[in-house]
Design a protein around this ligand. Structure first.
Ligand code: SDX
Length: 427
């Protein structure tokens, strides 16, 4: 019977080394090379970690070839079509979906924890009106850590869960405050009579005093379809295994810093346009392309190796097939087109890009497909959410993933401080 190991031969010295294969419950196995440096005196080399598993995890599974995504084993299609964002949060944190009573209790607690300490409100005044909300969001979450020193020494499961529920509930309030600060208008306090997503939209849109926009035709209420669309977007963003920002969160967890500064670090990492910032760049790019007639020229620019122009919202390190979240959003766009009055010109440009790119050798040979960011922006635009708030929306969805990964790291006794080595080629 073949042993579940790999053997490595150093052809310079003739020495051979044997390493265990650790099998996954889903997806690729790993070669356990934790003693590689001690055995061989050499490091493995994998900038960008394209072939590296940094941890063992039971939270989220992605199959890039199949375009599959599961939260705690439940498919993203099931979560997006049959469950709310708060159910996704409960599932990620508790490894199972909630009963009706558990969901009601969880919802109530999240509503009550949505308020911020009054002292935190003054932080926003330190920022200029034109500050990008991601800067304010990251700073405010770092500041939040100083209001909860006790989270540095979490003992019981309940303490971990309470710390997680607190940050999940406060992020939308901080994001809405950051937005209103950028407009120079008063903040709207959370309303405990409203659910998570409707409360966020109200804090974004309401006039001072909490009244919705007044139009000639009377009050503009927040439509249920808008709440459902945004709630689905939060669900699709909830977690995504070891992506760049989650890797940063785990890195900060490994040094023993406060959980909320780990989240603030994740927010900063997500801001980049190669990662969560792509959703804002996609709309900016569609607006820049401006017309279906200009698409071909921009596709050529994206293919030109000497031109650093890239199609925002295309390509993914893991998905070498359609990003399943993109498929769900594309369907949602079609459903919402009439009800929400989606910008059909931008949609037409996006569809033209997709049509050309998916039949072009350059994209096919590199397995470049639309990712989640390619479709989010058109729906968010129809929800009257301005571009600078697209990545904060991603943060609101992803915070539960980051904090769940942070908790998993803390409970894994085998994990050590993140401290990779290098190939030194200097003087
Ligand atoms: C997210 O990891 C996650 O899970 C992230 C995320 C999550 O939920 O957390 O899914 C969210 O970040 C989605 C990705 C959003 N980013 C973008 O849409 C930005 C545009 N995409 C690219 O920057 C790129 O595709 C990445 C960053 C997403 C992936 O980069 P990789 O895996 O490192 O691939 P690569 O840069 O090595 O590219 C491989 C080839 C290169 O061509 P060659 O050098 O082989 O000739 O594909 C080309 C690249 O030039 N390429 C593109 C392209 N993306 C890759 N060419 C044109 N347009 C693009 N968008």
């Amino acid at each position: 019977m073949k042993k579940n190991t790999v053997t490595l031969t150093n052809n310079k010295t003739g020495k051979t080394y044997e390493y265990d294969i650790l099998d996954a419950t889903r997806g690729p196995s790993v070669v356990d090379i934790r003693t590689f440096f001690q055995d061989t005196g050499m490091f493995t080399y994998d900038p960008g970690y394209t072939s590296t598993a940094c941890c063992e995890s039971k939270i989220t599974f992605i199959d890039g070839a199949k375009g599959e995504l599961r939260y705690r084993g439940v498919t993203i299609e099931d979560m997006a079509q049959n469950h709310t964002y708060l159910e996704s949060c409960f599932l990620l944190l508790n490894k199972r979906l909630p009963s009706a009573q558990e969901l009601s209790d969880f919802d109530l607690e999240i509503r009550h924890r949505a308020f911020l300490h009054e002292g935190l409100r003054h932080l926003f005044n330190a920022f200029p009106d034109n500050a990008h909300p991601m800067a304010t969001l990251s700073a405010a979450v770092t500041a939040l850590a100083s209001f909860y020193d006790d989270h540095l020494e979490l003992e019981s499961e309940e303490e971990y869960q309470e710390m997680a529920r607190r940050i999940i509930s406060k992020i939308p309030t901080i994001a809405a405050f950051a937005y209103r600060h950028s407009l120079g208008i008063p903040f709207i306090q959370p309303d405990i009579d409203l659910g998570f997503t409707k409360n966020f939209l109200t804090m974004m849109r309401a006039y001072p005093g909490g009244k919705m926009h007044l139009h000639a035709n009377g009050h503009e209420v927040i439509k249920d379809i808008e709440v459902r669309a945004l709630d689905t977007i939060f669900t699709l963003h909830a977690d995504h295994e070891q992506n760049a920002s989650t890797t940063v969160v785990r890195g900060v967890a490994s040094t023993g810093a406060h959980p909320y500064v780990a989240i603030a670090s994740g927010i900063s990492a997500l801001w980049g346009r190669a990662h969560g910032g792509a959703n804002e760049s996609v709309i900016a790019q569609l607006e820049m392309i401006g017309s279906v007639d200009n698409v071909e020229a921009f596709i050529e620019k994206a293919k030109d190796p000497d031109d650093d122009f890239r199609l925002m919202g295309f390509g993914h390190r893991v998905y070498k097939n359609f990003d399943p979240r993109a498929k769900i959003l594309k369907k949602l766009q079609d459903e919402l087109r009439d009800e929400l009055g989606l910008d059909t010109e931008l949609m037409a440009i996006a569809r033209k890009i997709e049509e050309i790119a998916l039949s072009d050798e350059y994209f096919i040979s590199r397995n470049l497909y639309p990712n989640i960011d390619f479709y989010t922006g058109i729906i968010l635009t129809a929800l009257q959410i301005p571009k600078p708030m697209f990545t904060p929306i991603f943060v609101i969805g992803r915070t539960v993933g980051w904090i769940t990964q942070w908790i998993e790291f803390k409970k894994d006794e085998t994990l050590k401080i993140a401290r990779p080595r290098q190939l030194y080629t200097g003087e």
